[in-house]
Design a protein around this ligand. Structure first.
Ligand code: HEC
Length: 153
């Protein structure tokens, strides 16, 4: 059962990364940034599931969740060109364009947390669940404040 859930989470992460690659060539910044956040959501599902003990921890899965987040932190900020704020399929808030400095500050927190996690994970990924928790917990702590300020429901 545990194994099954792990497989589903990894498959979701792989699917999100695939759609991310497809989106990267799509020339559609709204689709691209949604795909990036979907990969972040899948990585949060995998990492969060391991933290809750619902998915068995492995260093490779820890590393996959962290690298997905870190890649997202470095591409996401470039996907908000002028004119892409009015898309009706987007939940990006007008504040992103009205207060770019504030949005950049949230992006910087996300990049700092994911960068530290990537650095700590080394080649093999965090050795055990405690080591993973120490670096992935702060990454999950950055979702809420950015969504509160820069996303509409
Ligand atoms: C720097 C700001 C920022 C951070 C940090 C951030 N998000 Fe987001 N997120 C957004 C914005 C903006 C959107 C809306 C994008 C759009 O619809 O154009 C979004 C959308 C999403 C979506 C919906 C994607 C879709 O299909 O529409 C998910 C899921 C998500 N975020 C998960 C997360 C998780 C989990 C974290 C933390 C690990 C996180 N986000 C961190 C800004 C952020």
């Amino acid at each position: 059962m545990r194994f099954l859930k792990y497989g589903i989470a990894v498959a979701a992460l792989a699917a999100a990364s695939l759609s991310l690659n497809a989106a990267a060539a799509s020339d559609d910044p709204v689709a691209d940034r949604k795909a990036v956040m979907q990969s972040v959501g899948a990585a949060a599902g995998l990492g969060g599931g391991m933290l809750k003990g619902q998915i068995e921890y492995t260093p490779a899965a820890g590393k996959a969740a962290i690298s997905t987040m870190n890649a997202a932190a470095h591409t996401f900020g470039g996907l908000f060109p002028d004119g892409s704020d009015m898309a009706d399929n987007s939940t990006a808030a007008p504040a992103i364009w009205d207060d770019r400095a504030g949005f950049d500050a949230e992006l910087a927190k996300f990049a700092a947390a994911t960068g530290a996690a990537a650095k700590a994970s080394g080649k093999e990924g965090p050795a055990d669940l405690d080591a993973f928790k120490a670096v992935f917990g702060p990454v999950l702590g950055t979702c809420k404040s950015c969504h509160e300020g820069f996303r509409v429901k």
